[in-house]
Design a protein around this ligand. Structure first.
Ligand SMILES: [Zn+2]
Ligand SMILES: [Zn+2]
Length: 268
């Protein structure tokens, strides 16, 4: 039985004889059903139309995304670490070529995902690399394909391994997280954010939204809470969930001033 993948959001559902009737992720007000209606593919079909680009972004950090782009264009990040490689976020296509290339980089020992829009085909990745997956318990209802490797953590901070800390920030989803990588940016620290914190077109700024495609903002209290949750971390670079979305310097300052600008803009 195939495990169908939603074409619009890239999330894989539990195996079924026929495609699911609808996609709960896309029908949620934070997403949308595609213009051609609800469509599904399998991993096999996806591998016939796309390949994965794996690109070194800085020492010990690789981006992984499909070419041509699929679903919302998710780009995962692979951190190499002496304590075991960590995959931050996920994307849909996982073919034999990708598995071989990732294994050549040291494989994956843990998988952590910022929020449900990046759950993608995480069960396939967990199985292929025999890696545990850590998702925040607040978003448990949005997991469409449960797997024995997937565990839910609670609270605000997960010390994943030396140098890698997961911080819950909330906002876009209740369980939205970011990942602090102490060794990133030449030991100045990097923050990996999915779209919990989103790098906008002007890369001197970031933003925060309940829904990006439907332009629904967050209330001031939630934006302030995100800024406060990351205030204690040292980082100069910030990567959100797409290839071009990188703040290249002074990222901690950028996040704080962007939160202030946002709150001012929505406060009457
Ligand atoms: Zn969907
Ligand atoms: Zn999202």
């Amino acid at each position: 039985m195939p495990a169908y993948i939603c074409v619009t959001c890239g999330v894989q559902f539990a195996a079924s004889d026929r495609p699911p009737a609808n996609c709960r992720i896309c029908e949620d007000e934070r997403q949308y059903v595609g213009y051609a209606g609800q469509q599904w593919v399998t991993q096999d079909q996806l591998s016939k139309t796309r390949v994965n680009r794996i690109e070194l972004l800085e020492p010990n950090l690789y981006g992984i995304g499909s070419v041509p782009s699929f679903a919302i264009g998710q780009r995962a990040l692979l951190m190499q670490s002496p304590h075991g490689n960590v995959l931050w976020d996920c994307m849909s296509l996982l073919d034999a070529d990708t598995i071989a290339r990732v294994n050549a980089l040291g494989g994956i020992s843990k998988i952590v995902i910022s929020h449900p829009h990046f759950y993608a085909t995480v069960a396939d990745w967990a199985e292929a690399f025999d890696a545990p997956v850590y998702l925040h318990a607040a978003d448990q209802a949005w997991l469409m394909r449960p797997h024995e490797n997937i565990q839910f953590w609670e609270g605000d901070v997960l010390e994943l391994q030396p140098g890698i800390t997961i911080q819950r920030v909330g906002g876009h989803f209740d369980g939205c997280c970011v990942c602090h990588w102490a060794d990133g940016a030449a030991y100045q620290g990097a923050l990996l954010t999915g779209d919990s914190i989103y790098v906008v077109s002007d890369r001197r700024w970031v933003s925060f939204m309940h829904s990006f495609p439907n332009l629904i903002p967050l209330p001031a209290s939630k934006v302030a809470a995100i800024a406060q949750a990351v205030e204690r971390y040292k980082y100069s670079r910030l990567y959100s969930g797409w290839w071009q979305t990188v703040v290249d310097g002074d990222a901690a300052i950028v996040v704080q001033r962007s939160a202030q600008r946002y709150i001012a803009a929505i406060t009457d």
